[in-house]
Write a protein that binds this ligand. Structure first.
Ligand code: TA6
Length: 302
């Protein structure tokens, strides 16, 4: 618990930000201000919950999520970095990179003049497995908790050689039921369909969820809306520095196999709209260059 008292002394904000041990070895920053509440695990700088005052939760967390050191958490906003999905050549490397399962460091926390709370995390050099990622870099995640949720993932190449960068804010959203929702904003956009072996296809109209959906939409910086007639709300995902949007719902068979979606019908109450640079949109970061992927999440009544 020593770490927690040091963290609270250094970064705690009376009545607004407190660090707690939510499960053995899992420290969580709990934020509560006049506009919203949120919780963020130091492992993975993983935002687990966010709810604006007087509104429904904006982020989905599985009721069966396990808070265990070294395991990724099912729900919230996993940070996929420095690759998305399977590694391009090494089958033994972890899916979605290593950043989501290692401890990040809090480097800044303060109240903002508008009433929001700002907190920033850095991926410590010592947490980067050199065998998987020998490239010198600095990685930071900035989070602003206010009436809307803002997240910015910043990667800086501090070495003298370029490196490839794949990434995503793999955000899980709560929905009333898969039958009641569609995702708009991607009409006409080309995508890789993971369900059919990464075939290249083109979106026509809005996206529905009558079966498994696992798609990487390419070359799109458009905002997306999750329109949920059952919950009477529209969730908006607005982004910059991201050329791919991933849309995912595992449906029953895959969710059951993964085993951490809660009940058999847990998959019906979530979907992911992920702001990413993936597949053909993997970036190359030159020496000295810095890249920022930022996303704003908000919601309104229909
Ligand atoms: O973003 C969609 C996806 O890549 C799916 O293919 C799916 O397996 C998912 O992410 C979850 O991955 P995880 O490693 O967290 O179980």
């Amino acid at each position: 618990m020593g770490d927690i008292s040091v963290l609270n002394q250094q970064f705690g904000i009376a009545g607004q930000l407190e660090f707690i041990e939510a499960a053995p070895g899992m420290i969580v920053a709990q934020i509560n201000n006049e506009q919203a509440s949120a919780s963020i695990a130091l492992q993975g700088a993983h935002l687990m919950t966010f709810q604006a005052r007087d509104q429904q939760p904006l982020i989905w967390m599985s009721p069966a999520a396990k808070l265990v050191p070294g395991k990724s958490i099912r729900g919230g906003v996993p940070v996929c970095w420095p690759w998305f999905g399977a590694h391009a050549s090494e089958a033994g490397f972890p899916a979605h990179g290593f950043a989501r399962t290692v401890g990040w460091k809090v480097v800044d926390a303060r109240p903002l003049v508008g009433g929001e709370t700002f907190i920033a995390f850095e991926l410590p050099q010592t947490a980067i497995p050199q065998a998987q990622w020998p490239h010198p870099c600095r990685v930071r995640l900035n989070i602003t908790v206010g009436a809307v949720l803002e997240m910015a993932l910043v990667t800086e190449n501090t070495g003298d050689a370029a490196f490839p960068l794949g990434e995503a804010l793999h955000t899980y959203f709560p929905i009333s039921d898969v039958d009641n929702v569609c995702v708009s904003g991607l009409d006409g956009v080309a995508y890789r369909d993971k369900v059919t072996g990464m075939d290249l296809k083109q979106q026509s109209g809005d996206i529905g969820f009558p079966s498994e959906v696992d798609r990487v939409y390419l070359d799109t910086e458009a905002s997306c809306d999750i329109v949920d007639t059952g919950a009477n709300r529209r969730i908006r995902v607005a982004k910059s520095g991201s050329r791919s949007t991933v849309v995912w719902n595992p449906w029953i068979e895959k969710a059951t196999k993964m085993g951490d979606f809660g009940s058999d019908t847990g998959y019906r109450t979530m979907l992911c709209v992920e702001s990413a640079n993936a597949a053909e949109n993997v970036l190359t970061l030159a020496p000295g260059e810095s890249h920022t992927l930022s996303v704003t999440y908000s919601n309104e009544a229909l």
